[in-house]
Design a protein around this ligand. Structure first.
Ligand SMILES: C[S@@+](CC[C@H](N)C(=O)[O-])C[C@H]1O[C@@H](n2cnc3c(N)ncnc32)[C@H](O)[C@@H]1O
Length: 259
């Protein structure tokens, strides 16, 4: 009955109804049902209504202040696991634009001896990231990677990960309503050509990465050539691998320092 009522507003009405019902242990109240149907009709994603989204091996708290963790971003976790096979390593990990903290906290779950710092310019996002840090192993800090002094007081890291905003400003209006209206603009807007974040980071990351460290960037469809050019311009980094997501799109770029 819930699925039928939202079928004109969702591509996956049965799945949505199932998620909703299981969240309330199969027994939602009529008020909860009508609220769910009303919000779903307005295009709000199920994750934002329920306040949680599955990523890798667990659920993360989400809100209007953080990007919903995406299955595509799990490709970044797989990439790190491929290069760092010893799970007992004492790695230091920096996550730039941490949002819900899904990337950093997943990596800390996978590497029990690692430590991590997640930075974001959004105070509200950092609150959510801290709530998601159930084992209290990460440090979260408000910082802005466009600041001229970004990272100057940081130690160097073994691994730097980032899924920065990479949508072209003009393309934001074309996104699905679930993204356009319910994910924060600051998580999406990558500037005129979508590459602003990579432009900044290509200049500051040499200072923040250990000599034998690696950077893993998530990128938008078709951005690989531009991002590789930005990172390789000053001969500080070399692209180690371009990694495809499940749809066959190059989604992750791995970089090393040039020797
Ligand atoms: C695409 S979201 C990624 C969130 C999370 N890492 C993930 O993969 O789901 C980008 C994040 O970068 C943050 N951000 C945008 N511009 C920033 C800046 N100049 N400095 C620091 N964080 C920034 C946003 O607030 C947002 O949380």
């Amino acid at each position: 009955m819930i699925a039928t009522r939202i079928s004109d507003y969702s591509d996956t009405p049965v799945l949505d109804a199932r998620f909703f019902c299981s969240y309330y242990n199969g027994n939602p109240t009529s008020l909860q049902i009508s609220d769910f149907i009303c919000r779903r009709k307005q295009g709000e994603p199920v994750s934002k209504i329920l306040g949680q989204r599955g990523f890798w091996k667990r659920d993360f708290i989400v809100s209007k202040d953080v990007l919903d963790p995406r299955p595509d971003s799990e490709t970044l976790i797989e990439a790190v696991l491929k290069y760092y096979t010893d799970k007992k390593q004492k790695l230091s990990i920096l996550d730039i634009g941490t949002g819900s903290g899904c990337l950093l906290l997943t990596l800390l779950d996978e590497y029990p001896n690692a430590q991590g710092l997640g930075i974001d310019k959004s105070k509200e996002a950092l609150k959510i990231a801290r709530q998601n840090d159930v084992s209290c192993r990460a440090e979260f800090k408000m910082d802005d990677f466009t600041d001229s002094c970004f990272g100057q007081d940081y130690a160097k890291f073994d691994i730097i990960v980032s899924n920065p905003p990479y949508i072209k400003t003009d393309d934001i209006a074309l996104l699905d309503i679930a993204v356009r209206q319910f994910d924060p603009l600051s998580a999406l807007d990558g500037g005129v050509d979508g590459l602003d974040a990579y432009r900044y980071l290509s200049k500051t990351l040499p200072l923040l990465l250990k000599d034998d460290g690696m950077i893993f960037f998530e990128i938008g469809q078709g951005q690989e050539r531009d991002v590789i050019d930005l990172m390789e311009t000053n001969h500080e980094f070399i692209c180690a691998e371009q990694i495809k997501d499940l749809s066959g799109i190059i989604r992750i770029l791995a970089f090393r320092k040039t020797k």
